[in-house]
Design a protein around this ligand. Structure first.
Ligand SMILES: *Cc1c(COP(=O)(O)O)cnc(C)c1O
Length: 383
């Protein structure tokens, strides 16, 4: 792998196949050459999202996809509910407030995920809520919500379930159709092995009916316009041609390496290795509902998280993330999303041992790397 490796929950490292696709010449988006590329991309998105629903491509980062969903489903004065457990889930509330949507937030312990019981209570207390906003993996803490159970609760109501799966789609099991999730939002730069710059939003028939009847004022980010164009096999505005080509290359790679299920298993396996390595150094996981998307590790007393992060980056070329908001300075967030090989994980663990030594800790040489290596064997499913 490259000398500088991203162990961050987005952006992530790109495989050579995707880098090559990004270098291809531009074709015109309203041309016979682009039509089959875009058709393939639409099919590939439905494959990744595990859905037969249309998946809208948008040119923006993940947050733009969240904003498109909120503003296409809800008009000023409409009611909604959201679970808040960190920087990203709070964003649902911030977006709604910016547009005069009356969103009621339910804050939970940041080390936990949202549960069906909580969502049931939210809807009981706000029966006029037209939308329930949730976050599959809250990237602030690495916590995972029970989307399957939540979807079961919401599907029996008139409300539309919207899931921010920006960090988790492609890394954690998410069954859009089998679980009955109305709207799923993801971003290009996390587990999908693409650069930053696109969001993708799937829309169920129930959500589409809500969008069609919504007195929304959204223009460019209108899912209504995007869905109408998608029915015609195109986009309302200029398509992100380069990224569409690269998306097909990335999904080809996923298909060639055992499919979406194998990708989930690879993320689980890498997460186990990172946890095992960190635990030998006395780091413990912050989340009590941990995901395989990002591990939020709390350093032992006397070890400074910020210094660990700087040392990994400056001395070894490994980028990991720090804490945000109330977790700032308290945790180290390590993700192994998308394209990362075993060797990079073992090198990261060796570097982490060294970073502990820099802070005066005696660490038996190779202890974290050996634990990670044990967790990595037997070798992965075809890749
Ligand atoms: C990264 C992330 C976002 C925000 O995405 P941007 O691409 O930075 O706009 C939103 N939600 C979650 C859970 C994320 O991990």
């Amino acid at each position: 792998m490259a000398k500088h490796v991203l162990f961050t929950p987005g952006p992530t490292n790109l495989p050579p196949e995707v880098l090559e696709a990004l270098a291809r010449p531009i074709v015109h988006h309203r041309s016979p050459e682009f039509a089959p590329i875009f058709k393939q991309a639409r099919e590939n998105l439905r494959y990744l999202f595990r859905t037969e629903n249309p998946v809208v491509p948008l040119i923006c980062s993940g947050t733009g996809g969240m904003e498109a969903a909120a503003t296409s489903l809800l008009a000023r004065g409409d009611q909604a509910v959201y679970v808040s457990a960190g920087k990203f889930s709070q964003r649902w509330g911030a977006i709604c407030r910016a547009y005069g949507i009356d969103a009621h937030g339910y804050e939970i312990d940041w080390s936990l995920g949202a549960t069906p019981d909580l969502v049931q209570r939210m809807l009981r207390e706000h029966p006029a809520a037209k939308v329930v906003f949730t976050t599959h993996c809250e990237t602030t803490s690495g916590s995972l919500s029970d989307i399957e159970g939540i979807a079961r609760v919401v599907s029996g109501t008139n409300a539309v379930l919207v899931v921010d799966a920006i960090s988790s789609l492609g890394a954690e099991p998410l069954e859009t159709d089998a679980w009955g999730v109305d709207v799923v939002v993801t971003g290009s730069q996390k587990a999908l092995m693409l650069p930053p710059g696109m969001a993708f939003v799937s829309v169920s028939p129930k959500a589409r009916a809500r969008i069609e009847s919504c007195d929304s004022t959204v223009f460019y980010f209108s899912l209504k316009k995007a869905l109408a164009s998608l029915d015609e096999g195109t986009t309302p505005w200029t398509s992100q041609i380069t990224m569409t080509v690269a998306l097909n290359a990335a999904v080809d790679l996923v298909r060639r390496t055992g499919g979406v299920e194998a990708a989930w298993l690879r993320h689980a396996r890498r997460a186990r290795a990172i946890r095992a390595g960190c635990e030998t150094l006395g780091m413990c996981e912050y989340s009590r509902a941990p995901s395989n998307v990002v591990m939020a590790m709390v350093p032992p007393d006397g070890i400074d998280a910020g210094r660990l992060i700087r040392c990994l980056r400056d001395e070894f070329g490994f980028t990991v993330a720090g804490g945000q908001e109330r977790l700032k300075g308290r945790i180290v967030r390590i993700a192994a999303l998308g394209h990362i090989d075993d060797e990079a994980i073992l090198s990261l663990m060796t570097a982490l041992e060294e970073a502990f030594r820099h802070q005066g800790r005696e660490v038996e040489p190779g202890v974290a790397a050996a634990a990670a290596k044990r967790a990595l064997s037997p070798p992965p499913t075809p890749a």
